[in-house]
Design a protein around this ligand. Structure first.
Ligand code: FAD
Length: 458
């Protein structure tokens, strides 16, 4: 019997019904939001406790069997595909809010709780968790990918919002990193090591997250621009002035057209900025007046306001469905959703060069971005019926990554490395990549945790 078959037999004995080898379960944990083919694991464990995870990892370690953690499977670079087979640990049943410490503005949660579920639970407490990657991802998955999103310009990424973790290591040991204190100088910052490690260094079984007070006043507005460059230049000016906008999102004309068709909205088919302002009534009025002036300076149109909750929700729903809106333009296409992040001063150059590159190759560029962070995404479609089209499309995405590096940025601002961005890791990190490999070997000497991802091991 193979090591994987031995591990599954031992897991079945230890976990009973929580372990599934049913085809639908295997297939649903072998698909992703990418063009990669179906890659099912050999078994799926629906863990319900930290002890389940620790016991399962111990058994897998004893047999050298690969273990891949699974949150909600929304990652965009094939992160959670078990490319070496083995056992996928699905954490969705570990979805409880464990302790709300409202006076400390933090909460302890299990990793399978999603960000929307957490915010529903916090709604009547006057608090919210700000990190918003659009998808209703699990908080464990968000920590594992160091996710961010529309509100990062104001509230930071998962790196800034995770205070402490409980993690099961590759040998089954359970450790705690960080504390309830807002800061600490006590030793290496293991919390930040695990945040963004994509399940390659340990399985996160508990998180302590920072919370924010719900603002007294929230207002959202959209405005259009003649082109991407003027919209981005306005954003650069707003960020450099230090206006504490809560969200500033860019959608180019192509993306706007898809959004209108998909969401039934009637925005002019031009490049748009979507803004949100948080604060006291006076603070929001002041921020929005300053931003409106800057927008006017860069030739932007008048603000269309959404102040009522339902109007605001409709506006952000249109933004959050942008991915599906783009895909709906060619449902059978192989969509590549790629993200990079550059210093804000280089953002206009990065986006206009990318647009020009795509146009030169006859591609429609769906561009959207959390532009206040210098982060933007491009959705490019390959036609599966055209031989070599996927490879050509990937080359465009590769050039976008290379351009970001040349401008002093990174090949991924928030989606992470997974399989798709591994080829750029050496160019981005140089010798530092060997330190990452050494860390991986030290914490997971058998390479059983999400093998084949993030750090190429020789
Ligand atoms: C429409 C759409 C929009 C998106 N927009 C954004 C965006 O704006 N910003 C952004 O950052 N991302 C975005 N994403 C990507 C995705 O939502 C994030 O990467 C998210 O953080 C993934 O969470 P998940 O629960 O789905 O994780 P999964 O996809 O299940 O897993 C992701 C990785 O984390 C590992 N993992 C999962 N749970 C754990 C755990 N408990 N312990 C250790 N490792 C674990 C997995 O092994 C895998 O490597 C978007 C995705 C979609 C579909």
């Amino acid at each position: 019997m193979s090591n994987i078959a031995d591990a599954i037999q031992a897991l079945k004995a230890a976990m009973g019904e929580k372990l599934s080898t049913a085809r639908p379960d295997l297939e649903s944990h072998g698909t992703s939001e990418t063009y990669y083919p179906l890659t099912p694991p050999d078994a799926v464990l629906f863990a319900t406790s930290t002890e389940d995870v620790a016991e399962a990892v111990k058994i897998c370690a004893a047999h050298g069997c690969p273990v891949t953690a699974w949150g909600t499977g929304t990652s965009l670079e094939a992160h959670s595909l078990p490319v070496k087979g083995g056992v996928t640990i699905d954490l969705s049943r570990m979805n409880r809010m464990l302790e709300l410490r409202d006076q400390d503005l933090c909460v302890r949660v299990q990793p399978g709780l999603t960000r929307e579920e957490l915010n529903v639970a916090l709604r009547d407490k006057g608090l919210f968790f700000p990190v918003d990657p659009g998808a209703n991802a699990s908080l464990g998955g968000m920590a594992a990918t160091r996710a961010s999103g529309t509100t990062t310009v104001r509230y930071g990424t998962m790196r800034d919002n995770v205070m402490a973790l409980e993690v099961v290591l590759a040998d089954g040991r359970i450790i705690r990193t960080g504390s309830l204190a807002r800061k600490s100088s006590a030793g290496y910052d293991l919390t930040r090591l695990f945040v963004g490690s994509e399940g390659t260094l340990g399985v996160i079984t508990e998180l302590t997250l920072k919370l924010q007070g719900q603002p007294d006043c929230i207002a959202a507005a959209v405005c259009d621009f003649a082109d991407v460059e003027s919209a981005v230049s306005a954003v650069i000016a707003i960020v450099q002035m230090g206006v504490p906008v809560a969200r500033v999102e860019l959608l180019n004309d192509v993306q706007l057209r898809s959004v209108n068709a998909y969401s039934g909205t009637d925005y002019p088919e031009k490049t748009h900025l979507f803004f949100e302002f948080h604060g006291s009534e006076a603070g929001v009025a002041e921020q929005s007046a300053t931003v409106a002036e800057v927008v006017e300076d860069f030739g932007g149109g008048a603000f269309r306001w959404a102040t009522k909750t339902e109007d605001r929700n409709a506006l952000w729903k249109a933004r959050h469905t942008a991915y599906w809106a783009a895909k709906a333009t060619f449902p059978t296409g192989q969509w590549i959703v790629t993200d990079v992040c550059v210093p804000i001063s280089q953002l206009a150059k990065a986006i206009t060069e990318t647009e020009a590159d795509l146009a030169a190759h006859g591609r429609e560029a769906h561009i959207l971005g959390h532009v206040g962070d210098g982060n933007y995404h491009v959705l490019i479609c390959a036609d599966p019926d055209l031989s070599g089209d996927l490879e050509d499309t990937l080359k465009l995405a590769d050039r976008m990554a290379e351009r970001a590096l040349a401008l002093g940025g990174t090949v991924t601002g928030e989606h992470g490395v997974g399989l798709g961005k591994m080829k750029h890791m050496a160019a981005e990190h140089g010798e530092a990549l060997s330190v990452m490999a050494a860390l991986k070997r030290s914490l997971d000497p058998q390479n059983i945790l999400n093998p084949g991802k993030v750090v190429p091991l020789n």
